[in-house]
Design a binder for this molecule. Structure first.
Ligand SMILES: Nc1ncnc2c1ncn2[C@@H]1O[C@H](COP(=O)(O)OP(=O)(O)OP(=O)(O)O)[C@@H](O)[C@H]1O
Length: 680
């Protein structure tokens, strides 16, 4: 914890900064509250209202000679190439420094490396990266994640949630244990006000506008009160008014002392001039770093004059998007200018005379950091690396599990229980019931009872396997984003999903089962009814687990659907219902791998158990009826007609084992199969 002297100067400075820039905030009273940990809060009474303005430590982001090289499959670049991989430099010796309170813009043509640089600064996708990134005077460590926020270009959310639900779940998951629930919810309310999304707070995210979505995306990251915010093209897809509003929000955040770095495509003149620092990249190299207002002056020194009344951002982008030659010139000119700018590196005055380009422009460039850690400062004297005993996670396993279960329950309820799904279930169950309507307890209904049993054991698992398969691909973006910011364990997510979805997955099949079972007039013993239903639910769980496993393993959805279809059809065919005499080489093992076989076998045994009396017809299915066509037989005799494998108990055990086994495999796949899209 910082000493009180540091706290006072920090609070005063932070406050003074804000006060200078926000004239509209009349401060009457400041109460300094200190909590455990490194976050300070000032409570100020603003015109009678109480506002809690949290402060986070000020962090200077410094990067020096950051380069990134990847090995790209050669065929991707040149189809005729004989090589396997070609080296590609995505970033080349990029350096810079962004101070707390600054809003820095990263610009450049598409593919110039903006996202790659942001990823690198935010500590993501660090393979092939060289150079240094410091936060204050400390090198990046994973444990600093909590002080950094990264707002991705894509707004990945569970879109069925409302804005407030989204922020509340994130807040409960990501704010540390020592804050009370009330404090956490207050934080949500503040973010809603700060980002001006009160009007849509109770609207599902799928219905809000693009600009609001961006702000929710930013709000989600702001909940943890980060010191540094990286944003990847937050204004893309927004109209100019929404873009200006968004940049205003970023400006306010910068005024709180946060360090903000954003990539941006085509800012309006107003937005462009509002940045404190502007870094222009081309082909992974810096070609300008300075104040936006100096950019045109700099390029003018190199002979590139902007027409009057032209948006400077557009001019600069046109310039770098022009032909290769100009780009190369600009790169070279920056290189030569920067050597001059950085006084520490001027070793030889004579060297300057060798320059081919005018170096008059050096006055318009910001000096690159020296790369010497001794030159770095730590304004608030904070240690950004938590002590060893501090947990990696903001909250414990059990609270994570409870919150994630509640969220999964809400989400899956919303997607499963639509009016349409109820209509669908009722229609299908009535149609099923009509097809097998009120079967007699007679010998000639044995095949129909068998087909009914197989149908109810196959229909729902089939549907569930596909929904399991699609489950991860649709959630993966959000989960990866949340996990990348260190919100929760994968195991909590996985367990929560299993716990929350299972009961919901049972409701519609139960409704279906009650209607169809009664209409078909199956075994009317209530215990048997429950047991058969139990097998139906267990096979649904097995199928779902298999679907989850395929979904987690196969990145490509089309591949997943194809694999699932082939697998399902094969398992159904060898399940013992369609083909009674499988070729020996297939039958000896095939039927044992089919989960349909176990539920079907068990339910057949249950269906014909209880020693009910069935009417004989002609002895086709029950040999004892051949000599006694008008007599009866005991239901268990019907089982002689079928090739039953294991008894009911063993069938249950195998199915249960499959359920647990496939679930576990799904978890392992999710954890270990590399599912990222291969981006840098
Ligand atoms: N895994 C990869 N394999 C091959 N090339 C890659 C990979 N990841 C990134 N690249 C390439 O690296 C370059 C820089 O990508 P990056 O996303 O950083 O650019 P950008 O400036 O953010 O582009 P945009 O403005 O279009 O979002 C691009 O040419 C991109 O195609």
């Amino acid at each position: 914890m910082p000493s009180s002297q540091v706290v006072n100067s920090y609070v005063n400075e932070g406050f003074k900064d804000t006060a200078q820039k926000t004239d509209s905030y009349p401060q009457k009273e400041h109460i300094i509250k200190m909590r455990d940990g490194d976050t300070l809060q000032i409570e100020m009474s603003v015109d009678g209202a109480q506002t809690v303005a949290p402060l986070s430590p000020r962090i200077t982001v410094t990067f020096h000679n950051v380069s990134k090289v990847i090995n790209v499959p050669a065929k991707m670049i040149d189809p005729s190439s004989k090589e396997r991989f070609i080296e590609r430099k995505l970033l080349d010796q990029v350096s810079g420094q962004i101070q707390p309170g600054q809003l820095a813009a990263l610009m450049g043509p598409s593919g110039c490396g903006k996202t790659t640089l942001l990823n690198t600064l935010a500590g993501r996708a660090l393979n092939g990266v060289t150079g240094n990134v410091w936060f204050n005077n400390q090198s990046y460590e994973r444990s600093m994640k909590r002080k950094l926020a990264y707002v991705l270009q894509q707004d990945s959310f569970f879109e069925q949630l409302t804005v407030k639900q989204q922020l509340t779940y994130t807040c409960l998951l990501r704010l540390p244990n020592h804050l009370s629930k009330k404090d956490k919810l207050t934080q949500v309310e503040q973010i809603i006000d700060q980002l001006r999304i009160r009007g849509c707070a109770n609207t599902p995210i799928k219905l809000i506008s693009g600009g609001e979505k961006k702000r929710v995306n930013i709000g989600t990251e702001l909940l943890t009160n980060p010191s540094v915010i990286f944003l990847d093209e937050p204004t893309s897809g927004l109209d100019s008014t929404s873009a200006v509003a968004l940049i205003d929000v970023l400006r306010e955040l910068a005024m709180q002392g946060k360090t903000i770095v954003t990539s941006i495509h085509q800012p309006s003149s107003q937005i462009f001039q509002s940045f404190d620092q502007f870094i222009l990249l081309a082909d992974g190299k810096t070609i300008f770093m300075g104040k936006p207002s100096d950019a045109l002056l700099y390029f003018a020194t190199l002979g590139h004059h902007s027409p009057p009344q032209y948006n400077p951002a557009d001019y600069v982008m046109d310039l770098v998007n022009q032909d290769m030659k100009i780009r190369e010139e600009l790169k070279e000119a920056y290189l030569q200018n920067k050597i001059n700018t950085n006084v520490k590196t001027i070793s030889n005055q004579l060297q300057q005379q060798q320059y081919q380009y005018s170096t008059v422009g050096r006055q318009y460039l910001l000096a690159e950091p020296s790369g010497d850690v001794a030159d770095l400062t730590n304004l608030d004297n904070v240690n950004l690396i938590p002590a060893k005993h501090e947990s990696k996670w903001p909250i414990g396993f059990l609270p994570q599990l409870l919150i994630l279960t509640s969220r999964a329950f809400r989400l899956s309820g919303k997607t499963q229980f639509t009016r349409l799904s109820f209509i669908q279930v009722i229609c299908i169950s009535v149609i099923t019931g009509l097809c097998w309507l009120r079967m007699d307890f007679a010998e000639n209904t044995i095949p129909d009872r068998s087909s009914f049993t197989f149908f109810i054991m196959a229909f729902w698992p089939l549907e569930t396997l596909f929904s399991g398969l699609l489950s991860f691909p649709s959630e993966r973006g959000v989960i990866e984003k949340e996990r990348a910011s260190g919100s929760y364990r994968l195991s909590s997510y996985f367990l929560a999903k299993s716990l929350a979805e299972a009961p919901l997955k049972f409701i519609l099949p139960t409704l279906y089962f009650i209607i169809a079972y009664w209409m078909a007039n199956m075994n009317n013993n209530f215990g048997i009814f429950l047991a058969i239903h139990g097998f139906q639910l267990l096979s649904i769980l097995v199928a779902e687990s298999l679907g989850l496993f395929l979904g987690a393993t196969l990145k490509n959805l089309e591949h997943g659907i194809t694999a699932a279809t082939i697998l399902l059809m094969s398992l159904m065919l060898v399940g013992g219902f369609y083909v009674r005499n499988l070729p020996h080489w297939l039958g000896v093992w095939g039927k044992w791998v089919s989960f349909f076989k176990y539920s079907y076998d068990a339910c057949l045994q249950l269906q014909f158990s209880g020693r009910h009396h069935y009417k004989c017809v002609d002895g086709t299915y029950v040999p004892s009826c051949r000599n006694n066509p008008n007599g009866t037989f005991v239901s268990d005799e019907a089982l002689q007609y079928f090739d039953i494998g294991l008894n009911v108990g063993l069938n249950f055990l195998v199915l249960f084992g499959m359920f647990v086994g496939f679930r576990f495999l799904a978890y392992l796949s999710l954890r270990f199969v590399n599912n990222n899209s291969g981006r840098t």
